[in-house]
Structures are given as structure tokens and as C-alpha cells.
Design a protein around this ligand. Structure first.
Ligand code: ZN
Ligand code: FE
Length: 253
């Protein structure tokens, strides 16, 4: 049975997500960037919240946990690192499963942006909630992990089916596109960025993206092909990735 995703912008550039299992009406929110926005979305939809699924501990992802849980009675599920800022009812790690009614989420370990970052994947519906690991044409900054750890995490996501809908936690796509064009002159990328700039001009979201689209155009996933361009020719894939990440960190676009 399908999983219905309701996506809404909140804070300056975050997305909030409600995911509802169609068979049972059980509903989860993925992260809690903004408690008020999440509660408003729930009442607008007429949905009751059962689960909070955290991807990582950052305040724009877990900062609203207490308020949302207090207002809804939802159970908080997330990686152990979330206890830095919030209580957890259930701690999960890579390889675990979380049920939302009849929907089964696989927990995928995606450390790098933070050490304990995880993603949630519905293998029946090909839907992934990836937090701050993979963005449309981008990836999360390496605040805690190494380039090697993040590269491994990104490869786990790249291994999901091409038609997987990827729900990233931020709308960073236009700025990611400007950077991508600075390191990659692939025509598929150029066509995609034209479309992205037009979408953003019209105020439309560029999320969700898909694994297939990211594998074809995301400079971080394409890092081994761009190695020469970022001064990492002949180096291992994760080093080429690290060089692309550093180039983005220093990019003034
Ligand atoms: Zn974050
Ligand atoms: Fe974030």
C-alpha cells in the first residue's frame, strides 16, 4: 500500500515531511525542524502523528522533538546521537527496521555530516528520507565525519533503485547547481540546471529528486569522474569526493 508524503517548507530553507501509511492512516514526521509548522500541517491534513523519525541530532532536525511529542503523543525514533538534544523512545541504527502501520522503513547508516546520521528507506514504494546526507546536486557538509565515511554513506544511497524518490531536508539546489556547473560541463547537468533555475524562479520545490538523476548529475556522486578537475587525479574515489567537497566549501558563487 502506498505511502503518502506531504512536504512543506519551513525555517529558512528546510523541508518538513509528513509520511502517512495509506493502509492504516499511521503517520510519521521526518525530523522536527519547526514544531509549529509540523503541528499546523497535521491539523491542515487532519492527520494524527504516531512517530517522529529523526535523521540526526542537529537542531534544525531534532529541535522540535519535545514540543511535537508533547502535543501529539508521538514516539520519537532516531540514532543515539539525538539524545544530545532530545529524549528518544527508540534508538535505531543501520540495519534496523521501523514499522509505520504496514510500511516498513529500512534504516540505512549514512554517517559523515554527523557521525550517527541515518536515512529511512521504504523498499516497497522506493521512497527515501535522507536528511542532510544527499541533496539535489549536493551533499551535506562534513561536520563530524571523514570524506571516506561520507563517500561510503553516499554509495549506500546510490545503490538504491534509480527511481527511488529522494526527500532531502533542505532546498539548497540552486546554489548546488551553480557549484556543479563550475566543476562539470556534462550536457545532462547543464540541461538539469536550466530546469532548476526556472523552477526556483517560479518558487517551485526541486525536492524530491531521484537516485537515477543524482547518479547522472550530482558532482559529489560523480566525483571519481571529476577527479582531474578538482586536482585529485589518480587518487582513490573517496579522496576525489573529498576534493569535490573541499571545492564546494570554498566556492563563492
Ligand atoms: Zn544537519
Ligand atoms: Fe539540516
Amino acid at each position: 500500500m502506498p505511502l503518502t508524503v506531504h512536504q512543506f517548507p519551513c525555517l529558512s530553507d528546510n523541508y518538513g515531511f509528513l509520511a502517512r501509511d495509506a493502509a492504516t492512516g499511521k503517520t510519521a514526521c521526518i525530523d522536527t525542524p519547526d514544531a509549529a509548522a509540523i503541528l499546523a500541517a497535521l491539523s491542515q491534513k487532519g492527520w494524527t502523528l504516531d512517530l517522529i523519525l529523526n535523521t540526526h541530532w542537529h537542531p534544525d532536525h531534532a529541535g522540535g522533538n519535545a514540543e511535537v511529542a508533547a502535543a501529539t503523543g508521538a514516539m520519537i525514533v532516531g540514532p543515539a546521537e539525538v539524545t544530545r538534544i532530545s529524549a528518544l523512545d527508540r534508538e535505531v541504527r543501520g540495519g534496523d527496521e521501523v514499522m509505520l502501520g504496514e510500511t516498513r522503513f529500512q534504516v540505512i547508516e549514512t554517517g559523515g555530516h554527523t557521525l550517527g546520521h541515518i536515512a529511512y528507506f521504504d523498499a516497497a514504494e522506493h521512497i527515501a528520507f535522507v536528511g542532510d546526507t544527499l541533496f539535489a546536486l549536493g551533499c551535506g557538509r562534513l561536520f563530524e565525519g571523514t570524506a571516506e565515511q561520507m563517500w561510503t554513506s553516499l554509495q549506500r544511497l546510490a545503490a538504491l533503485p534509480d527511481d527511488t524518490a529522494v526527500y532531502c531536508a533542505h532546498e539548497y539546489t540552486a546554489s548546488n547547481a551553480r557549484f556543479a556547473l563550475s566543476v562539470d560541463d556534462d550536457p545532462t547537468l547543464k540541461a538539469r540546471t536550466d530546469q532548476i533555475f526556472a523552477q526556483r524562479q517560479r518558487g517551485e520545490p526541486t525536492v524530491p529528486t531521484t537516485i537515477g538523476l543524482e547518479k547522472a548529475t550530482n558532482p559529489f556522486l560523480r566525483a571519481p569522474k571529476l577527479a582531474q578537475r578538482v586536482g585529485a587525479a589518480g587518487q582513490p574515489d573517496h579522496a576525489a569526493f573529498g576534493a569535490v567537497r573541499s571545492a564546494k566549501d570554498n566556492f563563492k558563487g
